[in-house]
Design a protein around this ligand. Structure first.
Ligand code: FA5
Length: 336
C-alpha cells in the first residue's frame, strides 16, 4: 500500500508504473537508480529541505524515508518475480536426455592376494580345518626352537629374518602358529593359519622380503603320509583345478619326519612343467613330545605353501614383486 505522502506522491506514482512495467532486470535496475539511487529523483528532493519552514522539515524527512522504503520494496518484489520466472523458464527449457550414457563410478576391488586368501580360507574351512590367527612379530621359540631347530642349526640361516631383539623377530614361516596352538589345546586338531611372512633375502622375480604363507596341520590318531597326500591333493584341486596333479619328493624341514616338498602340474600352466608349491611332512615326534603328546598315541601332518604361487600360476604372473607394488593397472586385471 502506498505510504501517506504529500511531497512525493507524484514520484511514487511514476516509480510504481515504471517498476511494474519493467520487463527485465536491466529496466528494473534503471528504475532503481532513477528513483532511489544516490542521484535519483527521491534524494534530489533533499535540496528542497532548506527552503521549507523549519516546522515542516522533520515531516519532510520522515516522508522521504517512507517513500524510499516503499519504492525499494517494490523493486525487491519485482526482482523476486524475475528470479522465480527465470527458474521456471530454465526448468521448462532445460531437458534431461535420459538416453545419454551415464558416468560409471569406479568400483573398489579386492586385491588379488586378498581374493586368494579368501579362496584358500573357504576351501580349508570346507575341508574341516579351523582358522587361527597368529602374530607377525613372533618369539624366537615359536618360530624356531619349539619347531625342533637345534641351536645354531644351518636351517635357520636359510630363513634369516629381521630381528627386533634377541628374542623377537618377524616370523619367517606360518608354521610358528603350531606351537601357539599346541601349547593349550589337545588333539584331535585340524588347524590352519595364513598371513605375512618375512625373510632377509635378495629380492627377485620369485622371492621377496615380505610374502605370504598358508600353513595347516592335523593331529589325531593313526595319521600317515597317505592322509597328507590325499588332503593336499584335494586342497590343490579345489583351489587351482581338478586337472592338477601333485608330486611329492623327499625334503628336509626340522619339524617334520619324513619331510617332503610338493609340486603341481597341469597342461594349463607352463606346458605342464612341475612347479614347486611348498613343503610338508609328518609332524616330528620331538614336537609332539615338546607339547606333552605321546608320539606312539598321536601323529599328524603339516603343510605350508607360498600364497603368491597360486595367482602366479593361475594367471601367469611372472614377477612376484607386482603383488606389493599396488600398481592400479596391475590390480585392475583381477576383478573379484
Ligand atoms: C617353509 O616355510 C615351511 N614352513 C613349510 C612347511 C610347513 C614344511 C609345514 C613342512 C611342514 P619353505 O621355506 O620352503 O618352507 O617355504 C615355503 C614356501 O614359501 C616356498 O615353497 C615358497 O612358495 C614360499 N617362499 C619361501 N621364501 C619365499 C620368498 N622369499 N618369497 C616368496 N615366497 C617364498
Amino acid at each position: 500500500m502506498q505510504p501517506k505522502v504529500q511531497h512525493f506522491h507524484e514520484i511514487i506514482t511514476q516509480a510504481e508504473v515504471e517498476i511494474s512495467s519493467a520487463t527485465n532486470i536491466k529496466e528494473l535496475k534503471d528504475a532503481e537508480s532513477k528513483y532511489v539511487g544516490k542521484k535519483g529523483e527521491l534524494l534530489s528532493q533533499m535540496k528542497k529541505l532548506p527552503l521549507l519552514p523549519p516546522e515542516e522539515r522533520p515531516g519532510f524527512g520522515h516522508e522521504l524515508n517512507h517513500a524510499k522504503a516503499y519504492i525499494l520494496n517494490l523493486i525487491h518484489e519485482k526482482k523476486a518475480n524475475f528470479d522465480k520466472q527465470e527458474l521456471l523458464d530454465r526448468l521448462t527449457h532445460e531437458k534431461c536426455d535420459t538416453t545419454l550414457p551415464g558416468i560409471r563410478p569406479d568400483v573398489g576391488n579386492y586385491h588379488i592376494l586378498e581374493q586368494t586368501f579368501r579362496q584358500v580360507k573357504r576351501t580349508l574351512i570346507n575341508m574341516g580345518f579351523e582358522y587361527v590367527s597368529s602374530p607377525e612379530l613372533e618369539n624366537f621359540e615359536y618360530n624356531f626352537s619349539l619347531l625342533n631347530y637345534p641351536p645354531n642349526h644351518p636351517a635357520m640361516d636359510e630363513q634369516d629374518t629381521f630381528y627386533v631383539d634377541d628374542q623377537h623377530l618377524l616370523r619367517t614361516q606360518c608354521t610358528a602358529a603350531q606351537g601357539r596352538v599346541l601349547q593349550h589345546r589337545k588333539p584331535p586338531l585340524k588347524i590352519f593359519t595364513l598371513g605375512k611372512t618375512f625373510r632377509n633375502e635378495a629380492v627377485d622375480r620369485t622371492h621377496s622380503h615380505t610374502f605370504h604363507q598358508v600353513d595347516a596341520f592335523l593331529i589325531d590318531k593313526d595319521i600317515s603320509l597317505a592322509n597328507l597326500k590325499y588332503t593336499l591333493s584335494q586342497f590343490v584341486k579345489s583351489v587351482i583345478g581338478e586337472d592338477v596333479k601333485v608330486r611329492f619328493r623327499p625334503d628336509f624341514f626340522p619339524f617334520v619326519e619324513p619331510g617332503v616338498d610338493y609340486a603341481i602340474s597341469s597342461p594349463r600352466f607352463f606346458n605342464g612343467k612341475w612347479l614347486e608349491l611348498g613343503g610338508a611332512g609328518l609332524i616330528h615326534p620331538n614336537i609332539l613330545r615338546n607339547f606333552g603328546l605321546d608320539p606312539d598315541e598321536y601323529s599328524g601332518f603339516a603343510f605350508g605353501l607360498g600364497l603368491e604361487r597360486i595367482p602366479m600360476l593361475v594367471h601367469g604372473i611372472d614377477d612376484l614383486r607386482q603383488f606389493l607394488e599396488n600398481d592400479i593397472r596391475f590390480l585392475e586385471q583381477f576383478p573379484s
